[in-house]
Ligand binder design. Structure first.
Ligand SMILES: Cc1cc2nc3c(=O)[nH]c(=O)nc-3n(C[C@H](O)[C@H](O)[C@H](O)COP(=O)(O)O)c2cc1C
Length: 319
């Protein structure tokens, strides 16, 4: 099967700040980690980059089970940022990253500005890590609590504090769709120094078990992902792309190449695949083939020509 980078005539590379990826297809945080399990059945190099599960300062067990529920066209999760914490990550995970056959984007989550800055700075300069994404948007942790990315000022505070301490790699702010207007948050992240944006994270949702008359998820609410949220993701990418010049990584419900093309044409420079990995680990290969076919069909040579093509208000750069 042909991967995304096999056609010499096509330039599939994209730029996210100072970072250049060989293709625009990225594995989303929490759905792939560094690809160790997936590598047994597919070539992780099909991805231009893989994004690691978000790392917090302290180890976290995550939420009580059940914490995953299949819904129509989607997946509701309330994992609650389970993970071993930054000290374990540095000792046991970081040394393995240089061997990953694609670029690695680290992800940081935190419950205070200081936590974000500390964890991100401890990841800066680790061999193999080419960018740091800030999960300022996870809705699951404090069930009803507002997350940073719901407020432009809090988003800016996190980005500013991280940019003051992370100097070696670009910083990506990952935004939430749980806002009525994403533009002020996107602008705040850009003004605070973010080199790129990722959007969208999961959409807050809930499902009730009618027989037991109680929520299905132990955490009650969770984050909805998968194809059900794709139109929401495309909308937010479109809106953000009219508000900022920095590149956008679009995600939410991408399963096929045509889904990815929607995001690119709305204004995304790169795209991420999350939930689809659980059903079809070969998704990045199909997506790469379809993007290449679309470029040939339109007689384009560079994937960057597709970015913002459908969006008359696109404010970013295609070069
Ligand atoms: C099980 C699961 C765990 C996730 N964990 C994280 C995480 O730790 N950090 C993060 O930024 N996003 C996390 N996400 C969100 C995804 O990275 C992505 O933004 C979202 O799922 C939308 O894309 P998709 O519809 O392709 O899955 C998680 C998603 C799922 C389904």
């Amino acid at each position: 099967m042909m991967g995304a980078g096999d056609d010499d005539a096509l330039d599939l590379s994209v730029e996210l700040g100072s970072l250049r990826l060989r293709n625009p297809i990225i594995a989303a945080s929490g759905c792939y980690n560094r690809g160790a399990e997936f590598g047994r059945i597919m070539d992780v190099a099909a991805y231009g980059a893989v994004t690691l599960k978000s790392v917090t300062r302290e180890p976290r067990l995550g939420n009580e089970m059940p914490r995953l529920l299949s819904t129509p066209g989607g997946l509701l999760n309330a994992i609650g940022l389970q993970g071993p914490g930054i000290a374990y990550f540095l000792e046991h995970e970081a040394p393995k990253l240089a061997a990953v056959p694609s670029a690695v984007i680290a992800s940081v989550a935190g419950f205070s500005v200081a936590e974000f800055a500390e964890v991100a700075s401890r990841m800066d300069g680790i061999p193999g890590i080419v960018a740091i994404e800030l999960d300022v948007s996870c809705p699951n942790v404090d069930a009803e609590g507002a997350c940073f990315a719901e407020d432009p000022a809090s988003t800016a505070a996190v980005v500013e504090a991280v940019k003051a301490r992370v100097t070696k790699v670009p910083v990506i702010a990952k935004l939430t769709p749980n806002v009525s207007d994403i533009k002020p948050v996107a602008r705040a992240a850009e003004a605070a120094g973010a080199d790129a944006l990722s959007l969208i994270n999961s959409l807050r949702g809930m499902s009730v078990d009618v027989d037991r008359a109680r929520p299905w998820l132990a955490n009650r609410s969770g984050g909805l992902t998968g194809p059900a949220i794709r139109p929401v993701g495309v909308y937010h990418v479109w809106e953000a792309a009219t508000a900022v010049k920095i590149p956008i990584i679009g995600m939410g419900g991408i399963e096929t190449g045509r889904d990815a093309l929607e995001y690119l044409m709305a204004g995304a420079t790169a795209i991420s695949i999350g939930t689809a990995n659980f059903r079809d680990p070969l998704a990045p290969l199909h997506v790469g083939e379809t993007i290449a076919a679309e470029l040939r069909k339109r007689s384009f040579t560079r994937v960057r020509s597709l970015t913002g093509m459908a969006n008359p208000g696109f404010a970013g750069a295609r070069a």
